[in-house]
Every structure is written in structure tokens, then in C-alpha cells.
Design a protein. Structure first.
Length: 432
């Protein structure tokens, strides 16, 4: 088996902008650029597989005199709502017909990494998830400001506790270092402190962020060379106006979508130009997947656990109707180290070879065996024995197998279930 170069490029594009891909899906996209532009412009809520986000009833925290049992019930309710939210998103990622916007939501969740471990509010985490999905294809400035004033982010990085009398530097520092400029790119510790003053005044009531002028430091500040009575919007504008910002955002999105390695200087120039003064994220995404460095590359990315698991569920048509099964899969992702809504820290999940440990390999095999027991294997089992390895490749959107993988898979061609388990654990499926 060996597919044409154009087919392989389309498969890589669809895999990187989604969760796995099947051969049939590749065949249905004659022009990946037109597909991307259409998918990026589409309303994600109109996708036939997009289940609406669940509503979460407000929870009232126990008072100081509450008993241990009351506090335990409250914590259990929080955990239950967060489990419901996680299950909803896993189901949605597996069910959407055009997964580009859902993949971008995951990408931005990793970029603006926020964890429910500290936030402890399904409603606030759900709200952030909705914002990332809605704004993740437009102007980065709009998305960045929304994150600066997002309830979950304010709680996660202590912005809610930042007042004129006691500015907290966490949000100021992390926004520049991780979200918009990059470590040490043109800012100083003085800028961190002055930025923290600009960000004071935001608080949360009933899950909604609002600005309280009484808590805000309205005095003059000098931040990144801009002087004035800056607030959060002025802070955001000053950061994004720095020339380092466009290059940082472009390089960051490249490494989250196209390669584990940074782009070359020439490729970064092209991406930054596409991003442009309008900070247009759809244009940047399209530029990434049409750039010669991506089109002609032979490098690979190691797929994280979410992409691997959701991709296998989609390709093998595993139904996620059973709540216990979805909870089990969430447990697998937690053990593998990438459970949605629970990044390890503000830097997000790692990338690259860190996902390829021997312990992870054993868990992937066990998980794949359980998935295959519920899967639709007819595309493999209906093929003749000599064609089953190629059929498995087509099912998983893999254009060709290495000699080593082909040999291993051919040895179990009499057993479609074992063939499928091994196929989703080959280097060709784990990396692309």
C-alpha cells in the first residue's frame, strides 16, 4: 500500500486539525485548503454531532459552621458536575462531523491552560470552554482579552484577589510569559508589577466576572513603554502591540498543530505575515497547513492521549452511550496524564516523546482491546486476509505502513480484533 503524495498531505492536514482521520474522510476532501476555510468559518454549534453544553445549577458553598458531612456533600456535588462536563466534552469531540473547531478548542485550552483542580466550578470551566470555541478562529486580541477577564482564569491565576492595595502578579506574569509574548521577550519585572496594577478590580459573583472600580488601581502606570491610567484592556493592547507577540503566537500555534519542533525563521516570517495586524487566527491556521515547511515535511508529531483516544473511538465507531464507559475512558486519560479541564499547570500539557513511556504503551494496549470489543470492525473483517493490513490502514487514514509495522500486523491478519488493537498502537498511528 502506498498513497499519492497529495493524499498523504490531505490526511496529515485532517489528522492535525481533528482527532484522527479515516481513509474515507480523506477521499471526501479533494481540496484541503477549501475544506479548512469552510470548517473554520462554520458555526460549531450547527455541527450535527455537537451536543449542547449541559447547564450547571449554582452550588452554594457551606458556611463556616457547616458540618463535615455537609462539606463532603458539597465537594461531591462539585466533583459530579465536573465529571459531567468532562464526559460531555469527550462525547462531543468523538461525535462532531467536522472536528476542526473542536480541535482548536482543545489547542486553546492547552494554550490558556486552566485547571478545575483549583477553579472547582463546572459552570466557570464550561464558560471558558465556550469562549475558546466561539473566539478561537477570529481575532487573537478579542480572545486574549476574553481570557484576561474570564471567571475561570481570574480564579486560576488569582486575578479575583488582586486589588489596588494588593495587586497580584500571577495573571500579569503568565499572560506575558505563556499566553502572548514568551519568556523574557521584551518585558521586565517592573512591567510585571505595573501590569498587575492595571489588571486590578476584576471579581466574580454568581460565576460572572465584573469590574469593580473601587478595587481597581486607577493611578498612572508605565507598562511596556505605555504610560497612562491603564486597565485590563489597555494592558492587553500594550502586550499585543509588541512585535514579539505576533511571532510568539504564530510559533506557539505551529508547535501545537504542525510539529513538535519550532518553525524555521523563514516559515515563521510567513506565518506572522498571515496572522497580520488583524491577528487573524483562521488565516494563521490556514497558513500553517499550506506552508511549504508543513507540506514538504517528513517530521512527525507525537499525538497526545486525547487525540489518540478520541481518534480511535471515531475511526472504530465505538459508541459512547454508556456513562460508565465514558467515565472509564476519562480515567484512562487521567492516568495517561491528559484529562481535559485538568492540565498539570499554567504551562499546559507537554508534547513530544514524553507521551511514549512503556507504562503508557501498556495502558494504550489494554484500552484499545476494550475499545475493539465494542467497535465496528467490518471494514477490516470483510476484507480478504491478504488485504486486511491495508484495510486497517485505510480505516485509520494511514497511507503506508513501515516494513516493520506491516510485518507485525500481517502476523495477526487472521484476527481482525487483534489487528485493530495493534494498528492503533503502531508508530504510524501514534505519530504523524
Amino acid at each position: 500500500m502506498g498513497k499519492p503524495v497529495e493524499w498523504m498531505h490531505t490526511a496529515r492536514t485532517l489528522r492535525r486539525t481533528g482527532f484522527g482521520v479515516t481513509g474515507a474522510e480523506v477521499d471526501a476532501v479533494p481540496d484541503p485548503v477549501a475544506y479548512l476555510k469552510s470548517a473554520l468559518a462554520a458555526d460549531p454549534e450547527r455541527d450535527p454531532g455537537a451536543a449542547p453544553m449541559p447547564e450547571f445549577a449554582p452550588l452554594t458553598a457551606p458556611g463556616r459552621g457547616a458540618s463535615a458531612d455537609v462539606r463532603k456533600v458539597y465537594q461531591s456535588q462539585i466533583a459530579g458536575q465536573l465529571d459531567t462536563l468532562t464526559a460531555w466534552w469527550l462525547r462531543r469531540m468523538a461525535a462532531v462531523r467536522v472536528p476542526v473547531r473542536e480541535k482548536l478548542t482543545l489547542v486553546w485550552h492547552n494554550h490558556f491552560a486552566t485547571s478545575a483542580v483549583k477553579v472547582r466550578s463546572a459552570a466557570e470551566m464550561a464558560g471558558q470552554n465556550r469562549t475558546l470555541r466561539t473566539l478561537g478562529n477570529g481575532d487573537f486580541g478579542t480572545l486574549a482579552y476574553a481570557m484576561l477577564t474570564d471567571p475561570a482564569m481570574l480564579r486560576w491565576l488569582d486575578g479575583v484577589a488582586s486589588t489596588a492595595k494588593a495587586p497580584n502578579e500571577n495573571l500579569s506574569r503568565e499572560f506575558m510569559e505563556l499566553f502572548a509574548l514568551g519568556h523574557g521577550n521584551g518585558y521586565t519585572e517592573t512591567d510585571v508589577r505595573e501590569g498587575a496594577r492595571a489588571l486590578t478590580g476584576w471579581t466574580i459573583a454568581n460565576g460572572v466576572a465584573f469590574f469593580d472600580a473601587k478595587r481597581h488601581d486607577a493611578g498612572s502606570k508605565t507598562f511596556l513603554g505605555v504610560t497612562g491610567s491603564l486597565d485590563a484592556r489597555g494592558f492587553c493592547a500594550a502586550v499585543l502591540a509588541r512585535p514579539e507577540s505576533a511571532r510568539y503566537v504564530a510559533a506557539s500555534l505551529w508547535q501545537r498543530l504542525a510539529s513538535d519542533d519550532p518553525p524555521s525563521a523563514a516559515a515563521l516570517d510567513r506565518l506572522t505575515a498571515a496572522y497580520g495586524p488583524d491577528r487573524h487566527l483562521s488565516a494563521l491556521v490556514t497558513a500553517i497547513f499550506t506552508d511549504p515547511e508543513f507540506v514538504n515535511a517528513r517530521d512527525t508529531v507525537v499525538h497526545g492521549p486525547v487525540e489518540w483516544l478520541v481518534g480511535a473511538v471515531r475511526a472504530l465507531r465505538v459508541p459512547l452511550t454508556d456513562d460508565a464507559e465514558v467515565r472509564r475512558l476519562a480515567g484512562v486519560l487521567r492516568t495517561l496524564g491528559q484529562l481535559p479541564f485538568y492540565p498539570p499547570d499554567v504551562g499546559g500539557w507537554p508534547r513530544g516523546q514524553g507521551w511514549m513511556s512503556s507504562a503508557a504503551a501498556q495502558l494504550r494496549l489494554t484500552t484499545a482491546t476494550n475499545l475493539v470489543a465494542k467497535a465496528d470492525l467490518s471494514p477490516i473483517s470483510s476484507a480478504g486476509r491478504s488485504d486486511r493490513v491495508d484495510a486497517a490502514g485505510y480505516l485509520l487514514g494511514i497511507g503506508s505502513w513501515s516494513d516493520r509495522s506491516a510485518k507485525v500486523l500481517s502476523a495477526v491478519a487472521d484476527h481482525p480484533d487483534r489487528l485493530a488493537v495493534l494498528a492503533v498502537n503502531t508508530p504510524e498511528y501514534l505519530t504523524s
